[in-house]
Design a protein around this ligand. Structure first.
Ligand SMILES: [Zn+2]
Length: 196
C-alpha cells in the first residue's frame, strides 16, 4: 500500500512532465518517419522523372558493306571447315563479299585500334558504347581511319581485301565481328542481313 501511495504522490507531482515527455517523443518519432518515407518517395520519383537525362539513346545500325553476300555465318556451336587452314572451327564473326569492297562503320563510335596481324590482316576496332565494339578484319592496309577518330554509322573505314592469313582461301572479303561485354556475339543480334 505504501508503495502505491508513493507512486500516486509521485504521479501527482511529476505526471504532467511525464505525459508531456511522452507526447514530445511521439511527435518526434512521427516527424522522423514521415521524413524517411518522403525521401524514399523522392528517390523513386527521380528514377521515373523524364526531365532527368539518362544517356540511353539507342544506337542505329547499318550494314558494313553494301549489297553484301554472306559467305560464312557466325557460329559458336556448329563447326565450320576453315578451307584455308584445313580444320574445323567455330566462326567468331560473319564473312561478307560484295562487288563494292568499301567497308562502313555499323554505328556511331570511336576508333579504338588499327592493327596488323598475319592471322586477321589489317583490323579496325570501333567502340560504340561501354559494352559494344565492332571489328573489321581482312582489310586493305590503306585504311581511312586512325585510332581516336570519331566515326558515324555508314562512314567509310577502309576496303575489304585478302589480308587475313586464316581466311585467305575466301579471297577478298570482310570478316566482321561484334563484341558485347568482351564476348564475340552473333552480329545478327544487331544487323539484318540476308543469308544467300
Ligand atoms: Zn571470317
Amino acid at each position: 500500500m505504501e508503495k502505491q501511495n508513493k507512486f500516486a504522490t509521485w504521479m501527482k507531482k511529476y505526471g504532467t512532465y511525464l505525459t508531456a515527455g511522452v507526447l514530445v517523443f511521439c511527435l518526434a518519432a512521427v516527424v522522423l518517419v514521415t521524413g524517411l518515407v518522403n525521401s524514399a518517395q523522392n528517390v523513386e520519383n527521380n528514377v521515373n522523372d523524364p526531365s532527368i537525362e539518362v544517356n540511353t539513346t539507342p544506337l542505329t545500325f547499318s550494314m558494313p558493306m553494301t549489297n553484301a553476300t554472306l559467305i560464312k555465318d557466325f557460329s559458336s556451336d556448329e563447326l565450320y571447315l576453315n578451307s584455308t587452314l584445313g580444320r574445323w572451327e567455330y566462326h567468331d564473326g560473319i564473312d561478307l563479299v560484295s562487288t563494292d569492297l568499301k567497308v562502313f562503320a555499323v554505328a556511331d563510335g570511336e576508333v579504338l585500334e588499327v592493327s596488323e596481324s598475319s592471322l586477321t590482316g589489317t583490323t579496325v576496332l570501333v567502340k560504340h558504347s561501354d559494352s559494344l565494339v565492332s571489328l573489321y578484319a581482312s582489310l586493305n592496309p590503306e585504311v581511312e581511319v586512325k585510332e581516336g577518330d570519331k566515326v558515324k554509322a555508314g562512314e567509310v573505314i577502309g576496303t575489304a581485301d585478302n589480308t587475313a592469313g586464316n581466311e585467305s582461301a575466301d579471297g577478298e572479303h570482310l570478316h566482321f565481328s561484334l563484341i558485347e561485354k568482351g564476348q564475340k556475339i552473333d552480329p545478327a543480334n544487331y544487323l539484318e542481313f540476308e543469308v544467300k
